[in-house]
Ligand binder design. Structure first.
Ligand SMILES: N[C@@H](CCC(=O)N[C@@H](CS)C(=O)NCC(=O)O)C(=O)O
Length: 199
């Protein structure tokens, strides 16, 4: 049996999509959650110095989306054609553009909140209108069955709700998609049993 060891911090962030894909197929893996206090000592030993990383049978792989894309393929969570996969990747990349530029860190707590609020106000409408239009009245972003793009939307929007509780609330179809993902039995089980973290 393939041995998987996922290493990330003790929050959902960029690892939750990977955890969802493992949960979807009930795949066993080690879910290592590094404390911030442990990180400076660990960082030099991690390829490219960032988390998450996934060890597969002792070999380390980095970049959350490269890892998720590989696991999604194994789990049957990709499109049926190359063009469907291109559309899935485009959804994933649109979400990633948004979160990569998000002002996560800022030493001044007041300024941080202000910057995050402004970022969401200025940038979320374009992303959300695009996603809502891509989804339309379909059940999933691409094709007629769930893919890792649908999982990514649920994971990332949950994280952003921590910063803005009304995030995407005006888009009924995007909210319905979250419910659809969360009602998949193996995902529902993961949501019940996963360790509590604020975001
Ligand atoms: N594009 C990378 C980004 C990785 C990344 O930004 N990781 C952050 C946590 S979300 C990190 O390791 N921060 C600690 C550091 O850079 O020292 C991915 O998706 O894996």
């Amino acid at each position: 049996m393939t041995k998987y060891k996922l290493t990330y911090f003790n929050f959902k962030g960029r690892a939750e999509l990977i955890r969802y894909i493992f949960a979807y197929k009930n795949t066993e893996y080690e879910d290592v959650r590094v404390e911030f206090s442990e990180w400076p000592a660990l960082k030099p030993s991690i390829p490219y110095g960032q988390l998450p990383v996934l060890e597969i049978d002792g070999v380390t792989y980095h970049q959350s989306l490269a890892i998720a894309r590989y696991l999604a393929k194994q789990a049957g969570l990709i499109g049926k054609t190359d063009l469907e996969n291109a559309r899935i990747d485009a959804i994933i990349d649109s979400i990633d553009d948004f979160i990569s530029a998000f002002p996560w860190t800022e030493p001044d707590e007041n300024l941080k909140k202000q910057k995050q609020d402004e970022y969401i106000k200025n940038n979320a409408p374009r992303l959300l209108e695009g996603l809502a239009k891509s989804l339309g009245d379909k059940s999933y972003f691409v094709g007629d069955s769930v893919t890792w793009a649908d999982f990514h939307w649920d994971c990332i929007s949950e994280g952003l709700e921590h910063f803005d509780p009304n995030f995407a609330k005006e888009h009924a179809n995007l909210q319905a998609l979250k419910k659809r993902v969360r009602s998949i039995p193996t995902i529902a089980t993961w949501l019940e049993k996963r360790p509590f973290t604020e975001h």
